[in-house]
Design a protein around this ligand. Structure first.
Ligand SMILES: [Zn+2]
Length: 454
């Protein structure tokens, strides 16, 4: 007979349907029967029967339960008890190993409810299998420490989570449950190859600086330009709100929509009509137009090609803040307090920012899409260990003594030395795989395409 069950050492004896499930009765095949004591080798005798149930992979789109009937044996000499062992059973759960493997394969792309209905296992069991699988991934998947590291935050489930990216590869390197110092300090203390980090791009949030300064010995901090220029926009907004508060209620509502978007946009993204409105503003709301111009002048500092020019542009900007818009002096103070870290932007070999297209906003969208009803650990694993996104930044190299040149889409050229690849001469011809994390634009694309997680 065709061995459709493919369970080694087991013989099916009955099949029945019960409450939408298939129950298959099995018994040990003859060769699985215990004859001698495992301890002393003496003869064993039968000592009753045991019936246990084990979940197996679904058949005919229904959950399958194996009803296993096994004879118990007792040793005549040492009195030890035995039951025939089945190698296909998982040693931790009442399920076959192949079912556990199938769940592991699907748990990061499918919902727990769906898997529970499909297999007949309790949702909690699915959750625990997922948790085991995540631990397995943690222990087996290793991403190279980024040379250019972005540290940002992302709001997920009402909490700010710390997001660590590889800015050269545009990949997600890690996600931490929060951004508190108690967590960040030990994290950076244990970071592998911490001396490889050359640049760190982050906001002005103090704990980051305190956390990594001591543990990333070769890293230069660059405060993300997006976080700096955003302050200029916020200060301009102060003037817009102040002005609108003097309008009548109706005018206020109308003005809010139009003025807000008009003034927050950069001039090169305005259409003809909006440019006209901006000109009108000069006559009707000169102070707001002035605030707009000051905001724009600040943004232009980042268009400077050299550090010297940027520093001069900033000085000129700071010296020309009008007396009736004193709020912009706050930005002068912020820049002065973080001067070296802000102007380090011009020391970097290429424009370093966390705010690249698809970057931050894309990740937020992906996280929220994945988020509902799942723990942070599961969402993190779904993003970080996504196979498709990981494959984009994974590089196979033959371990040779030359330095391979690595070029990936949209990334600067990175040279990886043989030391970085960590191989020894004995593995000279072994193919090696280096992983850099989940490619963020790919993650965004996957989850924008109405990627079904159900
Ligand atoms: Zn014995």
């Amino acid at each position: 007979m065709l061995n459709i069950l493919q369970l080694d050492g087991a013989t099916p004896t009955d099949i029945r349907h019960e409450d939408g499930s298939i129950i298959i009765s099995i018994e040990p095949s003859d060769d699985a029967v215990v004859k001698h004591c495992h301890n002393c080798g003496a003869k064993v005798y039968k000592h009753g029967k045991r019936v246990n149930h084990f979940a197996d992979t679904p058949m005919q789109m229904q959950p399958v339960s194996l009803e296993v009937t096994r004879t118990r044996y007792r040793c005549a000499e040492c009195k030890s008890m035995f039951m025939p062992e089945f190698t296909f059973l998982d040693d931790k759960r009442r399920a076959t190993s192949r079912l556990i493997d199938a769940i592991k394969k699907r748990c990061l792309n499918s919902t727990f409810t769906h898997l529970s209905e499909e297999t007949g296992l309790a949702i909690n069991t699915i959750k625990n299998i997922t948790s085991d699988y995540i631990t397995e991934l943690e222990n087996t998947v290793n991403f190279e420490t980024p040379t250019i590291m972005g540290i940002d935050e992302l709001k997920l489930g009402g909490e700010y989570r710390c997001v660590i990216t590889n800015l050269g590869m545009k990949s997600l390197y890690d996600m931490l449950p929060n951004r508190r110092q108690e967590l960040l300090i030990p994290y950076f203390e244990k970071l592998p190859d911490a001396d490889k980090v050359e640049w760190v791009c982050t906001d002005m949030w103090r704990p980051y600086k305190r956390s990594f300064r001591d543990y990333l010995p070769n890293a230069t901090l660059v405060i993300d330009k997006f976080h700096v220029v955003r302050i200029a926009s916020e200060l301009m907004e102060k003037e817009r709100k102040n002005m609108q508060s003097q309008f009548t209620k109706v005018a206020r509502l109308n003005a809010k929509k139009n003025l807000r978007w008009l003034t927050l946009k950069r001039p090169d993204s305005l259409n003809d009509q909006e440019l006209e409105m901006l000109e009108d503003m000069e006559k009707t709301m000169p102070k707001l137009k002035l605030a707009y111009d000051i905001k724009e002048d600040f943004y232009k500092i980042y268009d400077c090609k050299t550090k010297e020019k940027a520093e001069a542009a900033f000085k000129n900007w700071a010296d020309n803040i009008p007396n009736d818009l004193p709020q912009f002096n706050d930005l002068v103070k912020t820049v002065s307090n973080n001067y070296d870290d802000i102007f380090a932007y011009w020391d970097a070999p290429f424009s370093i920012t966390n705010a690249y297209t698809e970057g931050h906003n894309g990740l937020t969208k992906v996280a929220n899409r994945l988020g509902r009803g799942y723990s942070f650990e599961v969402i993190r694993a779904r993003m970080l260990y996504n196979k498709i996104a990981r494959s984009v930044t994974s590089i196979s190299t033959k371990a040779t003594s030359t330095k391979p040149l690595i070029v990936t889409p949209n990334s600067p050229v990175t040279t990886v030395s043989s030391k970085d690849l960590n191989f020894s001469f004995s593995t000279k011809y072994k193919k090696m795989k280096t992983e850099y994390g989940a490619h963020i634009p790919t993650l965004v694309e996957l989850f924008e395409e109405e990627y079904e997680i159900d």
